[in-house]
Every structure is written in structure tokens, then in C-alpha cells.
Design a protein around this ligand. Structure first.
Ligand SMILES: Cc1cc2nc3c(=O)[nH]c(=O)nc-3n(C[C@H](O)[C@H](O)[C@H](O)COP(=O)(O)O)c2cc1C
Length: 273
């Protein structure tokens, strides 16, 4: 039995949770990070256990994660699905991941939704700032330990992903967010244009880290330009800039901060025999 982690994680939170689940399982594992890798053609064995971790984008599995992982062949390997979201909601993400995993020949045996600092979180509008924190990591490790125990006792079976659902937000928060989205879509229709991360060349030390970390290779070598057709607004460039030269003023940040600051907790489900 081999344990692998397959992760897509532009700002690193999904990767940290996957690592904690693997550590909790108490087995050595190999990490296949597809965040910046264009082709991941991985063939697994039926007795493998694979942790698949990806962020939630717009209530779904990140499409870029699905694209990067599309070369995987499960061959009946068991998998643990980890969706990491920014304290708003994970909605259909785990169902997407489960459908994706089954279509690629995996058997999902455990699923979890965890919270990571929102990609759009800023000092002015912190959203799940600092997550995953020590409690999240401890929870993820316990999840990994429970999976390993049930694996050993032969109790891992296909899991029904619909048994876990979002922790409810208050009706006021949901109404606030819904009305913002409706108004934003209207505004976008009339204004057009694409919002991109910005760079302050006065602060930029030209280290090139943003160029290297960009999952879609959207940033020019001199750091000055971003290809709007490639940018997925994951904020890897913003969060990794050592000079704080990069920023992304997402119009969603204020409403996410206002509506979804109440702490949500991770939720998991492991199959029983
Ligand atoms: C384009 C985009 C869409 C997002 N959509 C959601 C969402 O629907 N719900 C949510 O709670 N967080 C959402 N987030 C926040 C991410 O899921 C969260 O920050 C996650 O921790 C990022 O994972 P990573 O650190 O592995 O990149 C979104 C982030 C981005 C960039």
C-alpha cells in the first residue's frame, strides 16, 4: 500500500491540509504537486491510497485543478477527497471531486471540507485569515489517523459524498451575499473589462517569485504584465510577493468579510463497512 498526495494549491492551504492528513495517517507519502505542472499522467495501483486536494472556486472544484489532474488513472485505488474553501461555502465542490475521482477510476472512501485563508483576504478585509490554524491542522491529522485505522481494519468502503454539507450561514449573510452578486453581475455587464492583480513597480524588487509561482504562467518575465486570458485570479502572486508589491482588490473582499467572518469548522466523513 502506497500513500500519495495529489495537490493543486496556488496559495498553499490545500497542500497544508493534505500534508496534515497524510501525517496523521502515519505513513510516508509522496507529494505530487500539480499546481504549476502542466501534465500529470499518473497511474495508480488498486491497493494505493491517494489524497486528492484542491481549492473551492465559485462553489465548485477549481477547474484548473481538474484540468491538471485529468491525466490520472486510479485503477480502483482508494482516495480521500479534500476540498479547501475560504469560509463562505463549499457547495458542490465535493460532489464535483467525487464525480471527477470516480470518472478517473478512484473509489472515494473519505471526504473532508476544510477552511483556508481566502485568496481575497487582505489586512483591511481579513477572511479566514491564518487558516488553517493549529486546530484545523490537528483536526486534519485526526482525520488521517481515523482513515488509517479503518484502512487497517478493512472497514473502508465507497463513501456517499452527499452525507456532508455546508455549515449554514445566517440568513442575513446569505441575503447580503446574494444581493451583492446580483448587483455585481449587473455592474459587470455594463462596465465590462477584466480585473487583474496589480503591481506597484516602486515596491517590486524584481525577484521573479510571482512569475515562478503563477500556476498558469500568466506573468511576463519582467513581472510587469499579466495575460488576462491566462490569469485565474488565484492570488498566488499576491500572497507570495516578499515586497508586498502585488495586490488584488477583489470586489468580493468587502462582502465576504462582512458576511462570512463567523468561523466555520472543518467537516469530514469516512465510510464504514
Ligand atoms: C476564483 C476564486 C473563487 C473562490 N470561490 C470560493 C467559494 O466559492 N467559496 C469559498 O468559501 N471560498 C472560495 N475561494 C477561496 C478559496 O477556496 C480558499 O482561499 C482556498 O483556501 C484556496 O486554496 P489554496 O490555498 O490551496 O490555493 C475562492 C478563491 C478564488 C481565487
Amino acid at each position: 500500500m502506497k500513500l500519495s498526495q495529489v495537490v493543486f494549491s496556488p496559495t498553499g492551504t490545500s497542500a497544508r491540509i493534505a500534508a496534515a492528513v497524510a501525517a496523521g495517517a502515519g505513513m510516508s507519502s509522496r507529494v505530487i504537486d500539480v499546481t504549476r505542472d502542466e501534465d500529470c499522467n499518473l497511474v495508480f495501483d488498486p491497493d494505493d491510497l491517494v489524497i486528492i486536494a484542491a481549492p473551492v472556486y465559485g462553489g465548485h472544484m477549481s477547474p484548473k485543478a481538474a484540468e491538471r489532474m485529468s491525466g490520472m488513472v486510479g485503477n480502483g485505488a482508494k482516495c480521500v477527497l479534500v476540498a479547501v474553501y475560504g469560509n463562505r461555502a463549499f457547495e458542490n465542490a465535493l460532489v464535483d471531486m467525487s464525480d471527477f475521482a470516480e470518472a478517473h477510476g478512484f473509489v472515494p472512501v473519505a471526504v473532508g471540507a476544510f477552511i483556508g485563508e481566502h485568496s481575497y483576504s487582505t489586512a483591511v478585509h481579513p477572511i479566514a485569515a491564518g487558516r488553517p490554524d493549529a486546530a484545523d491542522i490537528a483536526f486534519a491529522e485526526r482525520f488521517g489517523k481515523d482513515i488509517a485505522c479503518r484502512l487497517e481494519s478493512g472497514a473502508l468502503r465507497r463513501v456517499d459524498v452527499t452525507t456532508i454539507s455546508d455549515q449554514p450561514s445566517s440568513p442575513e449573510s446569505l441575503a447580503m451575499f446574494k444581493s451583492f452578486v446580483a448587483e455585481y453581475q449587473q455592474r459587470k455587464k455594463s462596465a465590462g473589462g477584466v480585473l487583474l492583480p496589480q503591481i506597484d513597480m516602486e515596491l517590486c524588487g524584481n525577484c521573479g517569485i510571482c512569475v515562478d509561482v503563477c500556476p498558469t504562467h500568466a506573468i511576463s518575465a519582467d513581472c510587469r504584465n499579466i495575460d488576462p486570458a491566462r490569469c485565474i485570479k488565484c492570488c498566488a502572486c499576491v500572497k507570495s510577493c516578499p515586497d508586498s508589491a502585488r495586490s488584488f482588490a477583489s470586489p468580493f473582499a468587502p462582502v465576504l468579510y462582512a458576511a462570512f467572518s463567523a468561523r466555520k469548522d472543518p467537516t469530514v466523513c469516512i465510510s464504514d463497512s
